[in-house]
Design a protein around this ligand. Structure first.
Ligand code: KPL
Length: 300
């Protein structure tokens, strides 16, 4: 199998790097040119320390790139790869929360999306896989989805590293479902300073229903049939599967990092606004989290 290059050393990138290495794959990490990561990085996971070489420059040979990054890092990464294309035979797998405007023109059609409901967080030097969810892999461009098979080896290796993994032909709907779940879980864990599972017993059911109704309405404008009841059901399932996890947004807030709120509830509120509709519940959470993080949102 081609070697792996993992971009993004957040919780999920680190988890995939560790699990790929434990599955016998050759794994390196890629740092940003401007970053001050050392040339070797150790990740502590379940009583083991996994060591990884860190590359500053893109390699000259074909690689599988697994980029588990923040939504605001997607455009800069893709710009870098446009200036310096990956060697022939390489495959780009992208994973990020939320949606970006102009994705259709931004994300190369040959990229794959990895959508996951696994939950992980960093606690000091420790990586904790706190929620066992599931994942889907599918082409970024629905036109490619209809015609091309996902490379079987890629499915096997990623699926063995972090199971279960399903090949997805309708990535657009899958990504809307994940967007919806993140819009209901992530900001509410920030507002209530709680783990994902705590949301199941807090009095947030009515708010979740309203958020889901607004999201479902916007999804329909994009031709995606995603009933509000399905969103709420899915959210409760993910909150229960990842009950012990601290959401990525709460981890970001606690570590004074910018959040992905613009690409979650912000995406819904501004998407509705663009077509002359309102999404007051999503708008309110967008503003609330933005206000909480205004002092460090420039650090993107
Ligand atoms: O995607 C997540 C996140 O925290 O960003 C979930 C699935 C909610 C796990 O925490």
């Amino acid at each position: 199998m081609m070697p792996w290059l993992v971009v993004g050393t957040g919780a999920l990138g680190s988890l995939m790097a560790v699990r790929l290495q434990q599955a016998g794959q050759q794994v390196q990490l890629k740092s940003r040119a401007s970053s001050n990561l050392p040339t070797q990085l150790a990740i502590n996971f379940e009583q083991q320390t996994c060591e990884f070489p860190v590359l500053k420059a893109w390699p000259g040979h074909a690689v599988n790139v697994f980029a588990a990054i923040k939504a605001y890092q997607v455009a800069p990464l893709l710009a870098e790869l446009r200036d310096q294309p990956l060697p022939a035979g390489s495959q780009l797998v992208l994973s990020y929360n939320g949606m970006l405007e102009h994705e259709a023109t931004l994300v190369p059609p040959t990229a794959l999306h990895w959508v996951t409901t696994h939950g992980a967080f960093r606690h000091g030097d420790e990586l904790v896989h706190a929620g066992r969810g599931e994942s889907w892999l599918g082409w970024a461009n629905p036109d490619v989805s209809g015609s091309a098979e996902i490379p079987a080896e890629l499915l096997t290796v990623l699926g063995a590293a972090l199971p279960p993994l399903t090949a997805e032909t309708d990535m657009t709907r899958r990504r809307w479902s994940k967007l919806a779940v993140n819009c209901l879980i992530n900001p509410l864990t920030v507002v209530h300073q709680c783990r994902n599972g705590d949301l199941l017993s807090l009095p947030v059911a009515d708010l979740m229903q309203t958020l889901a109704t607004e999201i479902s309405w916007l999804a329909a404008q994009y031709g995606v049939d995603l009933p509000a009841a399905e969103i709420v059901g899915l959210t409760r399932r993910v909150a229960s599967q990842t009950a012990a996890n601290w959401s990525s947004m709460l981890s970001d807030v606690r570590n004074q990092r910018p959040t992905e709120i613009d690409y979650l509830n912000g995406y819904i509120a501004s998407g509705c606004q663009r077509v002359g509709a309102a999404a007051p519940a999503n708008e309110q959470l967008w503003q609330q989290v933005t206000t909480l993080t205004k002092d460090f949102s420039h650090l993107r």
